[in-house]
Write a protein that binds this ligand. Structure first.
Ligand code: GRF
Length: 197
């Protein structure tokens, strides 16, 4: 299976995904694409020998469809079987998602269906949740809404700041996403549940 990964920033999840696709793993990375030419993850991908591309969203201003056509043009060249969004911070509209539905994954830093959207760690703290975590789901046109493929749970500790929680969750994202991608590439759609070690 050929995997393309979309990033917007440091790409720590992308690095873990690329590192996981070795040996008898049924998938290999074929492209790392960012909407941000300054994304730190692009250099990391290049160091690991993965082809990269940039499609800056800013020249398209509000024209999401034109931006997505540029994304699609890069994907046609790379011809991936699976698309992983990993810290990708642009909303993709139904027209793009429908091209990839069933073959597109995303990682979201909350225990969906709780806390769709942004500022998930602050919202979990605000709510006084005892547990928090991350979710890998199939991408559907509704934001952060698709079938859940895996979740990892972390405890919330007294005195946690949003950054403390984000760091604890990120460690689990780095475990969860590679595990879910391998199962997905093997055709296994059973939900994986992990808890912090
Ligand atoms: C992290 O906050 C993570 O929770 C979310 O995207 C952000 C950046 O991730 N998935 P990455 O380091 O770019 O993978």
């Amino acid at each position: 299976k050929r995997v393309a990964i979309f990033i917007s920033g440091g790409g720590s999840n992308m690095v873990k995904l690329v590192e996981s696709m070795t040996g008898d793993h049924p998938a290999r990375p074929v492209l790392v694409l960012s909407n941000n030419a300054g994304a730190g993850g692009l250099a990391k991908a290049a160091e690991m020998g993965v082809p990269t591309a940039v499609v800056d969203h800013r020249p398209f201003k509000g024209d999401r469809e034109a931006f997505q056509e540029a994304l699609q043009a890069e994907l046609v060249k790379a011809a991936p079987d699976i698309l992983c969004l990993a810290g990708f911070m642009r909303v993709l509209t139904a027209s793009f998602v429908q091209n990839w539905q069933g073959r597109m994954l995303n990682i979201h830093p909350s225990l969906l269906p709780k806390y769709r959207g942004l500022h998930t760690h602050a919202r979990a703290l605000e709510a006084g949740d005892a547990e928090h975590g991350c979710t890998v789901h199939e991408v559907t046109p509704e934001l952060d809404e698709g079938p859940i493929l895996g979740q990892a749970v972390v405890p919330v500790r007294a005195g946690d700041t949003p950054d403390d929680l984000a760091a604890r969750v990120l460690v689990q994202e780095h475990r969860l996403y590679p595990a879910v991608l391998r199962r997905f590439a093997e055709g296994n759609r059973e939900t994986l549940r992990l808890s912090a070690e």
